[in-house]
Design a protein around this ligand. Structure first.
Ligand code: 5GP
Length: 192
């Protein structure tokens, strides 16, 4: 998505350790007009799919998830992160390694909010190694819900998540794919 790529080049900040900061338009301050355009792109990509829920993970996915869910007129469900293993039988749960924080969280979704009749679009801000997405897919599998598609804002194509998720057979729509970035020079190369 050209508009997003231009914005990343203008306002994205590359940090050591392969982290891209997009705090001024996605992760802290949110450009709602850009978010709206991004949701339209996803809707075009997932045209014809039956969607009953949008699923994301707290916290960064909630804004884009809400806007997308609103446009489908369906609920947004977000997986909650907990530090402790919760053995409550009323929860679906999966283990997710955090790329940015180098910790492992258990993520949970109440069984009340996802079930075998659901057709789900999963969204998130970044795709790096794919741990967050695999956790959300695992939760859909536990619920018996069908994953209709996955929308990502920025995929870091030099990490392995995108390839592994596509190999699993999912329709993965990343609005920008970065094949190379260098914090020393600030250079970013997108995949087209
Ligand atoms: P994964 O689970 O695919 O390894 O990493 C994805 C998760 O880590 C996303 O939910 C995102 O919050 C965070 N993340 C991964 N890489 C970056 C990055 O370069 N910048 C930011 N801001 N978050 C990232």
């Amino acid at each position: 998505m050209k508009l997003l790529e231009e914005r990343i080049l203008k306002d994205g900040v590359i940090k050591e350790g392969n982290i891209l900061k997009v705090d001024s338009f996605i992760n802290h301050q949110i450009d709602t007009s850009l978010l709206h355009d991004m949701c339209n792109e996803w809707k075009e990509s997932f045209k014809g799919k039956r969607v009953t829920k949008v699923l994301t993970i707290e916290a960064s996915g909630i804004a884009m998830g809400t806007m997308l869910a609103y446009s489908y007129n369906v609920p947004l469900v977000f997986a909650k992160k907990t530090k402790t293993l919760n053995l409550d039988g009323d929860l679906y749960q999966a283990s997710v390694d955090s790329f940015t924080h180098k910790t492992t969280n258990t993520v949970v979704v109440s069984k009340k909010f996802l079930n075998k009749d659901d057709h789900v679009i999963i969204v998130d801000d970044f795709l790096a190694n794919g741990c967050a997405l695999r956790g959300l897919i695992e939760i859909c599998n536990q619920a018996g819900a069908k994953v209709e598609g996955i929308g990502i804002v920025i995929e870091k194509g030099f990490q392995d998540g995108g390839r592994s998720i596509r190999e699993m057979g999912y329709q993965l729509e990343s609005l920008a794919i970065i094949d190379y970035m260098d914090y020393k020079t600030g250079k970013i190369i997108f995949r087209h």
